[in-house]
Design a protein around this ligand. Structure first.
Ligand code: FES
Length: 150
């Protein structure tokens, strides 16, 4: 066990954990930010996606010891009251079905749009293809990313 100081959603959090504890579990179990979901634990589904220094990253693959000094943003910190354009578009298109994967989808989409504000359909599909949706809402997700980019 060691002590780690993390910057999560612009707040400092001090946690005690083993060095190789995945950031996902530190966020959920130590900091109580449960919007970041566990899907597979092996980097294959995207449910656990957060922003690390502005880039979409799978928190199940990032050991807490490597997250020190980085700016971590979770779905809870993406915007005040769900006001981010991607969150607004998600509501407008009514994307979620079961909803489980949606925070990861939104975090991937928002990081992608911050780097490409006018993406083509194929760029959207390529950016989002690693985020699995068990309800197969892929058409709605693509549509919402387009709306968010407008
Ligand atoms: Fe991290 Fe699936 S839980 S990619």
């Amino acid at each position: 066990m060691a002590t780690y100081n993390l910057n999560v959603n612009n707040e400092k959090h001090t946690v005690q954990a083993d060095a190789d504890t995945p950031l996902l579990w530190v966020l959920r179990d130590h900091i109580n930010l449960v919007g970041t979901k566990y899907g597979c634990g092996i980097g294959q589904c995207g449910a656990c996606t957060v922003h690390v220094d502005g880039n979409a990253m799978r928190s199940c693959l990032l050991p807490v010891s490597q997250a020190v000094g980085m700016k971590i943003t979770t779905i809870e910190g993406l915007s005040e009251h769900g006001g981010h354009p991607v969150q607004q578009a998600w509501k407008e298109i009514d994307v979620p079905q079961c909803g489980y994967c949606q925070s990861g989808q939104i975090m991937t989409a928002s990081a992608f749009l911050s780097q490409n504000s006018n993406p083509s359909s194929s760029e959207i599909r390529s950016a989002m293809h690693g985020n699995i949706c068990r309800c197969a809402s892929y058409n709605s997700i693509e549509k919402a990313v387009k709306v968010a980019a407008e």
